[in-house]
Design a protein around this ligand. Structure first.
Ligand SMILES: C[S@@+](CC[C@H](N)C(=O)[O-])C[C@H]1O[C@@H](n2cnc3c(N)ncnc32)[C@H](O)[C@@H]1O
Ligand SMILES: [Zn+2]
Ligand SMILES: [Zn+2]
Ligand SMILES: [Zn+2]
Length: 395
């Protein structure tokens, strides 16, 4: 069996001789030694070759955490970009190892005997960061909102670190444009942010003149939201609890409810829909985004340690109509508990509680996103959809 990366390079350059895979055998991306993991001489940590850099002056391999890393744009082999490290050893700039190999400055090309001795190669034979069973299915009925709180709270600080006041890159450059368009003019409106996370959207709406209440189930997310409110008060009423039961909120009081990437993570989504319908004024709007459920359990990298977005795999769902709870792997986060349901389940739940569907669309990279994001991310956005946004009216 060939190395996954060698095969990719060989497709672009038929003269490139693919090597046999030796590592991570049995995974979707078995790899040769050249394209396996290298140990950093500075911190000792092993990592993906795209996260490693070679300093020919110091004759040392450095990891991405050892200095400032910059994404460089330009096609070579099957890649659209690579990274450079401002070298902490010599002050120069070095390319990540896949680009170094292309430029013939990979340490195994420069240092005689290094390839034979396998210098810097990690002694790992398999990726150990992830559970061996990729998508364990759990019994949804045995879960409680407290279990769900734990998986989210464990990830809350890392999650928050990836956000600015416009959320993460997906929200900023893709779905928020549509979500805000569906919400319409929010000035002076009473809005409920259901499943508010750390509250970036609540703050965005409050800044736009809305009067915002926010309900969030994960304790740590709620605490972070409160910390923001303390530092910069915007008058947002942040509450801790499940949106499947909101006894503290009166009926028919909100002009709009928004649930931004929430319902696919909610255990009792039908109860949540009923509560949302209850607190909305007649004629009020319910706007919600969902992770596109053709990718929710499948959106992963075949080489799970790869920083490359182009290693992502989209559409591989088998059993679209099978309802299930399970863990998904995403970036450096601990596995999240989430639920796969066909889209029709959400539509049926809306109908049952008197939320009539008025609009549905699939956000695409905004013009701003296409301008500012690196080409590999633009390409990955073209390969698979990320979300749906829906607008319902309380009848
Ligand atoms: C993908 S995050 C989105 C957070 C936020 N809306 C945002 O866009 O940044 C999903 C959120 O739903 C919350 N959640 C899951 N089940 C919930 C429930 N029953 N009630 C309220 N929030 C819930 C999670 O704790 C998590 O914060
Ligand atoms: Zn290879
Ligand atoms: Zn290091
Ligand atoms: Zn250097």
């Amino acid at each position: 069996m060939n190395c996954y990366y060698c095969d990719r390079i060989n497709l672009a350059d038929p003269d490139y001789a693919a090597r046999a895979a030796e590592f991570d055998l049995g995974s979707e991306a078995p790899r040769c030694a050249r394209h396996w993991r290298y140990r950093c001489d500075r911190c000792g940590e092993p990592g993906h070759f795209s996260d490693r850099f070679y300093c020919p002056k110091a004759k040392r391999v450095c990891c991405k955490d050892s200095g400032v890393v910059t994404l460089q744009t330009g096609a070579f082999w099957s890649f659209l970009d690579w990274w450079t490290l401002a070298c902490p050893e010599c002050g120069g700039t070095h390319p990540s190892l896949e680009r170094a190999e292309f430029e013939q400055v990979h340490p195994w090309q420069l240092v005689p005997g290094a390839e034979q001795q396998r210098r810097w190669l990690s002694s790992e034979t398999h990726l150990v960061r992830y559970p061996p069973v990729r998508f364990p299915v759990v019994e949804a009925l045995q879960l409680t909102d407290a279990d769900i709180d734990v998986t989210w709270s464990n990830n809350a600080d890392l999650w928050n670190a990836g956000y600015d006041e416009r959320g993460d890159s997906n929200r900023r450059y893709s779905s928020d444009e549509l979500l805000l368009d569906f919400l319409g003019d929010v000035r002076g409106r009473r809005i409920l942010d259901a499943g508010s996370g750390t509250g970036y959207l609540a703050r965005l709406l409050a800044r736009a003149g809305a009067q915002v209440t926010a309900v969030e189930n994960a304790r740590r997310f709620h605490e972070i939201a409160l910390e923001y409110e303390q530092t910069t008060p915007l008058g947002i009423d942040f509450r801790h609890g499940s949106i499947s039961s909101m006894p503290g909120l009166d009926a028919s009081v909100f002009d709009a409810v928004v649930a931004n990437y929430v319902l696919m993570d909610v255990r009792e989504y039908e109860g949540a829909m009923a509560e949302i319908a209850r607190v909305l004024k007649p004629g009020g709007r319910f706007v919600f985004s969902l992770v596109h459920n053709t990718i929710d359990f499948q959106w992963d990298r075949s080489a799970t340690d790869s920083p490359r977005k182009d290693d992502r795999v989209g559409w591989r769902d088998s059993g679209y109509f099978i309802r299930r709870a399970g863990y998904i792997q995403w970036g450096a986060f601990e596995p999240f508990l989430t639920f796969h349901r066909p889209l029709r389940d959400y539509l049926a739940a809306c109908k049952t509680v008197g939320l009539e569907l008025r609009d549905l669309d699939e956000p695409y990279l905004t013009e701003e996103g296409q301008r500012v994001l690196p080409p590999s991310e633009v390409e990955s956005a073209q390969q698979a959809p990320i979300s749906y946004v829906l607008r319902c009216e309380r009848v």
